[in-house]
Design a protein around this ligand. Structure first.
Ligand code: FRU
Length: 468
């Protein structure tokens, strides 16, 4: 049986077994659909299926039957990541068929793209003519095996798809294809490529318009770190710039990580009927320990859906507003002088915090979450180096470590909006300029919250709501 210990309250998880990337994120006939990389038989990666869940408000999800299972010719060994689009009232999925050519799972494979169609958003029929982009659709000079994760979109009356790959020489890149009917695809160009400093393979590309700019989002593998950024084995990145569909190129202006924490990968976006661009990511990371894999019978969760908002050349990520309807039990403190550590008379394992610190002349200040016995998860800031820190060294079982991000104070203040949910922490800094996400596995009785300062600072406000 699935053990309840670390099951999240207001995030989507695998009902049973394994979950990784979000797939096919779309609003269809008034509901949001999210599919995901799924192995329904064990809490470990295996031949990939597409799990499926729907929601009205992006917070409470309902599980649907598995949408895609491996088994056709080109997708015999897995239905890998992809996306969804509505066409003539039907819901069309475009995904990668994975095919093993030998015994080595990291080397012996090839990949091609297929589609599946649904009349009702519930049952999906793979198209007879799959694959729609076969092995011979890969241009020369490009990896003939890493060719995956189509994100399909419409622009100027035509369909486009971006696909992740590499040049076979250690540089990730993204390929652009074009179609008039989702069935016949023409290769356009290499949309963008690494110059040696952005990882050796690019996964899960996404491309969308945001305000007056275009945004290209991707998951580069083994990208070298840049200062405090891109320190996970695999990273996520967004690039603001200009997409030229005729040339098939994306012109870079500015790039940054989508998330600065430990556990966030393969984000995918959709646009909804309110005109919002919503991004959701896998709230875990490859090749790190996931304690629920042992005997809990589930592993893998999604981040909170985040609204992407353009601020000049920067993208802000904010939790979708719908979460506010799930608040109860408000708690508030104001205008406290903080010196040393202070217990907050309210705790929990499933809540939202909004905190404003006025730095004063403190050397360091912050908040400790899920405190109990030896356990604590520490979010802190030091004005001298300007680094915000997420430290999970003593968080509980599971991986430790610290992630840092350079953050400027706004008029001497640090504003945080933090979501804790059983085994997750997501900290939104400022207006959503930075998000820091990580999984933690404390004991169920570690429920305390503390605020602290080395030196003197002011806790201008501390607000808390439990989230149901
Ligand atoms: C990214 C990824 C994708 C692939 C999928 C397989 O996390 O490696 O590139 O389609 O996971 O599950």
């Amino acid at each position: 049986m699935v053990r309840p210990d670390y099951r999240l309250n207001y995030h989507l998880m695998a009902e049973y077994g394994w979950m990784n990337d979000p797939n096919g994120f779309v609003q269809y006939k008034g509901q949001y659909h999210l599919f995901y990389q799924h192995y329904p038989y064990k809490p470990a990666w295996g031949p990939m299926h597409w799990g499926h869940a729907i929601t009205h408000d992006l917070i409470k999800w309902e599980y649907m039957p598995v949408a895609l299972a491996p088994g056709g010719e080109f997708d015999r060994d897995g239905c890998f990541s992809g996306s969804a689009i509505e066409k003539d009232g039907k819901l069309v999925l475009m995904y990668t068929g994975h095919f093993m050519t030998g015994p080595d799972k990291d080397r012996d494979y090839k990949q091609a793209q297929g589609i599946a169609v649904s009349e009702d958003g519930l049952t999906f029929a793979k198209w007879d003519g799959n694959p729609v982009i076969g092995y011979d659709g890969i241009p020369d000079g490009i990896s003939q095996k890493d060719f995956r994760d189509p994100k399909v979109f419409m622009l100027g009356g035509r369909y486009y798809a971006v696909l992740g790959s590499n040049d076979g020489q250690g540089n990730g890149l993204v390929l652009l294809y074009r179609s008039d009917d989702l069935l016949q695809w023409t290769y356009v160009n290499v949309l963008a490529a690494s110059d040696g400093s952005f990882g050796d393979n690019w996964e899960c590309p996404d491309l969308f318009r945001l305000g007056v700019k275009d945004v290209f989002m991707l998951s580069p593998q083994r990208m070298p770190s840049q200062g405090e950024a891109y320190r996970n084995l695999h990273s996520t990145m967004y690039v603001v710039g200009k997409f030229d569909p005729a040339e098939g190129r994306f012109h870079f202006e500015r790039y940054a990580p989508v998330d600065h924490g430990f556990d966030f990968y393969a984000p995918q976006s959709t646009i909804d009927d309110k005109g919002r661009r919503i991004v959701i990511g896998w709230m875990d990371m490859w090749e790190t320990e996931m304690p629920t894999q042992n005997d809990h019978h589930w592993a893998g969760a999604m981040s909170l859906p985040r609204e992407a908002v353009l601020d000049r050349e920067r993208v802000l990520f904010r939790p979708v507003q719908e979460i506010e309807a799930y608040r109860y039990n408000p708690f508030e403190l104001q205008d406290l002088t903080l010196e040393g550590e202070r217990d907050i008379e309210s705790g929990g394992d499933s809540y939202e915090l909004q905190i404003v610190f006025e730095a004063g002349n403190a050397e360091e200040f912050g908040v400790k979450l899920r405190v109990g016995g030896e356990e604590e998860t520490v979010l802190s800031y030091r004005p001298d180096d300007g680094l915000f820190r997420f430290n999970r060294e003593r968080a509980g079982i599971g991986p430790g470590g610290e992630r840092r991000v350079q953050v400027g104070l706004a008029e001497g203040r640090l504003s945080l909006r933090i979501f804790v949910d059983k085994s997750s922490v997501e900290a939104f800094i400022g207006d959503g300029e930075y998000v820091v996400t990580g999984r933690i596995y404390p004991r169920p009785q570690s429920l305390g919250i503390k605020v602290f300062a080395k030196g003197l600072c002011k806790l201008e406000s501390f607000r808390k709501w439990d989230i149901r």
